[in-house]
Design a protein around this ligand. Structure first.
Ligand code: IMP
Length: 195
């Protein structure tokens, strides 16, 4: 029988990425599937705090086992920005194009292009919280390249590659991505837990 687990996202891209890593033994359920229509609050100053806040909120609303992730793009030359503010870097909304334009503007003339994505997952299982982290190192290129993925994908080239995440299939991105690395740790943990 499949293990159903609630994932605190209504972002179809993210859901597909995570489902591909989880494999067929797990069935992801979205907040909307559980009748949670409102935006889940994420008002904490760290990725850890936000992941925890979202997972706890969803657990309180549904009573189900659930997990939430929070991701930031941490750019060395910008002192780790946009970091926890990655979604709302340029505007109040999730305007990917505006975020990418602002990032390029803030890095104009900068030769140190090192950046990393960091994902923190908070899992609430049987009322207890567990955390998992995934990191991918890379660099920010000068122009948006590629049509796949979302967010900063068209600007991010992971170490060891000469293509952006936006030029990769879901499978290729999942081989190295921050979120996939964190999810693989989550899967290992879930497989070893008696359910
Ligand atoms: P979230 O915490 O996963 O919602 O991520 C916050 C923001 O980071 C998103 O709005 C995106 O701008 C960016 N982001 C997160 N994951 C990725 C990714 O895999 N590729 C590119 N950008 C991402």
């Amino acid at each position: 029988m499949k293990n159903r687990i609630v994932f605190a996202t209504n972002n179809a891209h993210k859901k597909a990425e995570v489902q591909a890593v989880l494999g067929p033994d797990f069935e992801l359920v979205t907040p909307r599937d559980c009748g949670v229509e409102e935006e889940i609050p994420e008002t904490q100053p760290t990725l850890e705090g936000n992941a925890s806040q979202k997972a706890r909120y969803l657990h309180d609303r549904t009573g189900l086992d659930c997990f939430a992730d929070d991701t930031g793009l941490e750019v060395a030359a910008l002192g780790g920005a946009p970091g926890v503010h990655s979604a709302r870097y340029a505007t109040d909304g999730h305007d990917f194009a505006a975020n990418n334009r602002l990032l390029l503007r803030n890095l104009a003339g900068q030769t140190d292009r090192r950046a990393r994505f960091r994902t923190v997952i908070a899992l609430i299982l049987g009322g207890e919280e567990h955390r998992f982290e995934g990191i991918v190192e890379g660099r920010i290129i000068e122009h948006e390249t590629g049509d796949e993925g979302f967010g900063y994908d068209p600007l991010f080239v992971p170490d060891g590659y000469d293509r952006t995440f936006a030029q990769m299939s879901v499978e290729e991105k999942n081989a190295v991505s921050h979120r996939a690395r964190a999810v693989r740790k989550l899967v290992e943990f879930l497989k070893n837990v008696e359910r």
